[in-house]
Design a binder for this molecule. Structure first.
Ligand code: ATP
Length: 595
């Protein structure tokens, strides 16, 4: 229990660097809230004066002054609460925005292996729900936890000054309340964390079904997904109801105990008035203070629950932010010889996933400057994994990759990703204009370079035919493009920065024959003058390459021209003919046999 409390405090303390820049405003908020509560506490004391003075003596002249005093205190209380709300809004929103920005930046820097492991819905719920909880804590819970605790102490002090006996009765109500609050607090924390995680899972399901809506509709899987959603929503509802039942139990205690203590005070006070040891005004003041303390005392349990919820939201936030950024640039980066020739070498490259499974077991491959090498291999043989190592989307777990003799890990990430252009199997487009989508490959280029890249990728014509040309919004919220158009934009993005090395992960995948011809023509131009490693599934892509490397069982088992491999390598022939829908390999083999 104390370990748990220590970890809560440790987690909350890490919030300080975000709050620190706003400490002056937060101090104003704290002071305004404290003063407002003290004004509220002052009213029962004036009431005591009114009851024991003017009412007892029929002295109306003093009565008006005292009533005016009550009015001033009431107005001051309201005004100070207004100031609190106004002043706290900015720091709370800024803490939330800063933390969200840091999370976003971290997500950008974290390696691909992290994103493979984490569900996007979990990340989304941490960036939204959890940070909203943190904002609520900064704006409200932390202030009232401090102020209300002090007000309770001051209020009990006032009751003690009025009558020690009444204090004993008040404590009999307040102490069990605090003990019970602590008990509920630790139970609530566990359930709150569970609800937050389940809400993350639910977000993932919603996100996946929205992104994959076409697939779900095409395969009629909507009802099945709905069932899964319903099951998860039910689970979340159960947890939320559990949360509510804990809070309900807490609230019933919070309501009953103060009522009992007020009844006790009235009893003891009445006895004191009868035997002359207490004035009516004192009893009225003590009961009024006790009633005023009701919210501060009640709120402590709830504020502690809120604090716990914030601690678990923060825990979930730090879980992501504390993830190590494993792919980083060196402290003193090496420079590539100028001009860059683009000589790429794989030397005994090995790669194992986090589960320990080794996919690459010593890849040796030499790409001469300006040559195109096609990488072929059975599905799952590790082609995508190998290509991802060149721009350092992941790091090799053994061996090294060099460009012009320099280890890619010795280059700054910025230099490396300028020298190496990449296009992936799935040409992802962002909700932005064509220019912005292409310029993603080199943010500083102007429109003329974007046009040049589009020309190279044979995309200029169709882009000009779009309703707003280069300014047309494409991607998820924009105009839908065909598979071939998307592939060509991805190629334009890869070449816009004029890289010396290109890594293309099967740029002709999933295209029909007509579109394939268009992209192939684009590819032919893109590959001119650069060193390229192209993952190829189809004979047509292989034929664009100068040489072909075959990846099998984690190593390059054959390397040569397409013709050489076709002639001498049975495995290569088999591999290509299995993906040879157009009979190209069969024709070529027949041609070779004939010659
Ligand atoms: N994050 C991961 N953790 C563990 N194994 C993984 C992970 N990602 C991929 N793999 C496995 O690594 C192997 C190589 O995957 P990779 O995508 O590199 O193959 P590929 O040759 O490109 O396949 P394809 O031709 O089908 O695109 C596969 O068996 C895949 O299931």
């Amino acid at each position: 229990m104390s370990d748990q409390r220590n970890s809560t405090i440790r987690t909350l303390r890490r919030l300080w660097p975000y709050v620190r820049p706003h400490r002056a405003r937060m101090a104003v908020v704290l002071a305004a809230t404290m003063l407002a509560m003290l004004c509220g506490l002052g009213i029962p004391l004036l009431t005591q004066r009114i009851v024991d003075g003017p009412i007892q003596n029929g002295d109306t002249a003093t009565l008006w002054w005292l009533v005016l005093g009550v009015l001033v205190l009431g107005l001051a209380e309201a005004g100070l609460f207004y100031v609190r709300r106004k002043v706290v809004a900015r720091p709370a929103a800024q803490v939330e925005a800063r933390m969200r920005f840091d999370l976003y930046q971290r997500l950008q820097r974290l390696p691909v292996s992290f994103h493979d492991r984490w569900q996007s819905g979990q990340l989304l719920s941490r960036a939204t729900n959890d940070l909203t909880t943190v904002r609520r804590f900064v704006a409200f819970a932390i202030i009232f936890l401090v102020v209300n605790s002090l007000v309770v102490l001051i209020g009990l002090g006032i009751i003690a000054a009025l009558s020690p006996w009444l204090l004993v009765v008040a404590l009999c109500g307040a102490l069990p309340l605090i003990v019970i609050s602590f008990f509920f607090e630790s139970r609530f924390k566990v359930v709150a964390r569970k609800a937050q995680d389940q809400s993350g899972d639910l977000t993932t399901t919603v996100e996946e079904s929205v992104l994959g809506i076409r697939v779900l509709k095409a395969f009629g899987r909507g009802p099945e997904l709905s069932k899964r959603f319903l099951a998860q929503a039910r689970e979340l509802r159960r947890t939320e109801l559990h949360k509510v039942s804990i809070l309900a139990a807490l609230w019933s205690v919070l309501i009953v105990l103060p009522e009992l203590s007020i009844a006790g005070m009235l009893g003891v006070g009445a006895a004191g008035i009868v035997n002359g040891s207490m004035t009516v005004g004192t009893l009225v003041a003590a009961v009024a203070v006790s009633a005023y303390l009701r919210w501060p005392i009640d709120s402590i349990g709830w504020l502690l629950a809120e604090t716990n919820q914030t601690a678990s939201a923060l825990e979930r936030y730090w879980e992501v932010v504390d993830e190590p950024v494993t792919v980083t640039g060196p402290a003193t980066p090496a420079a590539l010889p100028s001009p860059v020739r683009g000589h790429v070498r794989f030397e005994g490259v090995r790669f194992a996933f986090e589960d320990g499974r080794e996919v690459l077991k010593g890849v040796d491959l030499d790409l001469r400057p300006g040559e195109t090498v096609a990488l072929v291999g059975a599905t799952g043989s590790g082609k995508t994994t190998l290509t991802a190592l060149v721009p350092r989307l992941a790091d090799a777990t053994g061996g090294r990759i060099t460009i012009d003799g320099v280890d890619v890990r010795d280059l700054s990430l910025e230099d490396l990703r300028t020298v190496v252009g990449t296009a992936f199997e799935e040409p992802v487009l962002f909700s932005a204009s064509v220019t912005e989508n292409v310029a993603l490959g080199a943010p500083d280029v102007g429109e003329d370079r974007v046009r040049e890249a589009l020309r190279v990728a044979k995309a200029e014509e169709f882009v000009d035919a779009l309703p707003w040309g280069l300014a047309t919004r494409i991607g998820e919220q924009g105009l839908s493009l065909s598979g071939g158009q998307r592939q060509r934009l991805a190629l334009a993005r890869a070449v816009v920065g004029k890289p010396s090395v290109l890594v293309l992960d099967d740029p002709l995948s999933a295209l029909d024959v007509h579109t394939e011809a268009e992209v192939e023509a684009a590819l032919r131009r893109v590959l001119r003058g650069v060193t390229a490693l192209v993952v190829a599934h189809r004979p047509s892509t292989v034929q664009l390459a100068d040489r072909v490397a075959m990846l099998s069982d984690g190593r390059i088992t054959a390397f040569g021209t397409h013709r050489e491999l076709l002639e001498h390598n049975e495995e290569y022939r088999r591999l290509l003919s299995s993906s040879d829908h157009d009979g190209q390999v069969r024709d070529q083999v027949e041609e070779e046999v004939a010659s």
